[in-house]
Design a protein around this ligand. Structure first.
Ligand code: HEM
Length: 263
């Protein structure tokens, strides 16, 4: 996730001033070309592999406060991510615990307008919805047939995600690499893949926002930037807290106690 926030394009389409510890253009003095360099590297990798920006949410360009530092502890047992099988209420509670509300939840799940989903995560909706041995009746027949073809029962092994086939998360668009509000049209048309995403169509407030985003696609990008900034400030480390990793995939074990700041 840290990489995600770092790399999202930084052109100032929706400059938002948040009086938080991160800053817009934090590196303007210490490394004035930092944002440009990040942008160029993302562009280069995107040209080589279109699936990369799914994780980077290409398409939404907005000013993003920078200056975050890396944690000097990273433990898998401390990672508590909401499950795609959560009810809306459980997901809402998980978001509430980090000061995000249902509007943030509805908006951020719009990120599922890009990228891939492993077939194993659809297993129950396609073949054994709520233990019935049948499909989720909400899935439109044509979509169901196509999903079953791409994700036959014999290869959908939830326990074996690394070898599991992947399909586009957004079945309601012809441009699954561009972040836009098509995800919301998809869920209104019962085409969202993840159960939690589809369930957004079944609570008044999330449905109201979904419809609003369909009517006003720019509103989605604007709200998305706001919610991403809120999410990006959860537990953020700044100043002399944490560290700056030599390799962003792992902590600087030997140097984690020393204070490293940018010049
Ligand atoms: C309640 C919260 C969330 C749940 C339960 C959830 C669940 C999932 C699941 C199950 C997948 C498919 C993963 C796979 O099969 O490999 C996925 C993919 C994805 N999610 Fe989420 N997600 C949540 C929130 C978010 C947020 C907040 C963002 C970003 C703002 C996000 C962005 C993405 C993206 C871009 C992908 C596609 C990844 C790829 O193509 O490799 N998700 N999510």
């Amino acid at each position: 996730m840290a990489t995600l926030f770092l790399i999202i394009l930084l052109s100032a389409a929706h400059a938002l001033s948040f009086a938080l510890s991160l800053e817009i253009h934090y590196y303007r003095n210490s490394c004035p070309r930092a944002e440009l360099i990040v942008k160029q590297i993302v562009k280069k990798h995107f040209q080589q592999d279109q699936s990369v920006p799914a994780g980077l949410l290409r398409g939404a360009a907005y000013a993003l406060p920078t200056g975050r530092r890396d944690g000097n502890v990273s433990k898998i047992e401390e990672v508590h991510l909401p499950s795609p099988y959560f009810s809306i209420q459980a997901a809402e509670a998980a978001f509430k615990s980090i000061n995000l509300d249902v509007v943030d939840l509805t908006t951020l799940l719009g990120a599922h307008g890009v990228g891939f989903c492993h077939c194993g995560l659809l297993n129950d909706r396609l073949y054994n919805y709520q233990g019935t041995g049948l499909s989720d009746p909400r899935i439109p027949p044509a979509l169901l047939a196509s999903l079953k073809q791409k994700c036959p029962p014999e290869v959908v092994l939830p326990s074996n995600l690394t070898v599991d086939a992947k399909i586009f998360l957004n079945q309601a668009t012809s441009s699954p690499f561009v972040l836009d509000s098509s995800f919301y049209q998809g869920l209104i048309n019962q085409k969202a893949l993840l159960q939690l995403d589809q369930d957004l169509a079944y609570t008044d407030l999330s449905l109201k926002w979904a419809k609003r985003f369909v009517r006003k696609p720019k509103r989605f990008i604007h709200q998305f930037s706001k919610s991403m900034i809120k999410l990006g400030n959860v537990g953020v480390l700044t100043g002399k807290d944490g560290e700056i990793r030599q390799n962003c995939r792992k902590v600087n074990k030997d140097t984690s106690t020393s204070s490293k700041t940018l010049p």
